[in-house]
Design a binder for this molecule. Sequence first.
Ligand code: ZN
Length: 191
Amino acid sequence: MCKYLIQPQSDIRIDVNKGQKIEIIDVDGGQVADFFAEIKGTHDEYVSPSVTMDCNESLKIEVGSIIYSNQYNPMFKVESDDVGAHDLLFPSCSKKMYDFFYQNGSNHPNCLDNINHALGTERTIIQPINFFMNTAIDSNGKIEIRKPLSKAGDKIVLTALVDCVLGISACSVSECDTNSGKCTAIEVKIY
Ligand SMILES: [Zn+2]
């Protein structure tokens, strides 16, 4: 087994083989992990939350759900989940997002730059699976980001269905409830 610690507001790249388990742990609780991945050997096929919603016919992922690529191929299966609230709607935070909401994008750590750094890409927007992010949607379509439901040590476990490269970022938003008002670490185990 390999263990990795993603420091607060930081990223990691991990190569994973088909069949391996990926355990993503919220070390202190209340922290979002932006999870993105590419099929090994290409930047053109990658995790797609919108295709995942399409194929699963659901706004949510839960135990048994498949996470799909932008080319409609299965990439991961959810094996277990301590939390039950994850987000498929929001793009990674970015300099432009911080400027839009808080006018503080310059030099602010952000998940877009982090994941681009991890994967050696220059994408202008990244749509990750936001593990532990707690998005509430009311009947009028209004969306509200609430504090994550994850407690210290809570985890979600995936099986990789293909060889792939992970780019994961411990989200850097401290300005609102996304990460409970403070940024903490994420641990990843591969086995
Ligand atoms: Zn973020």
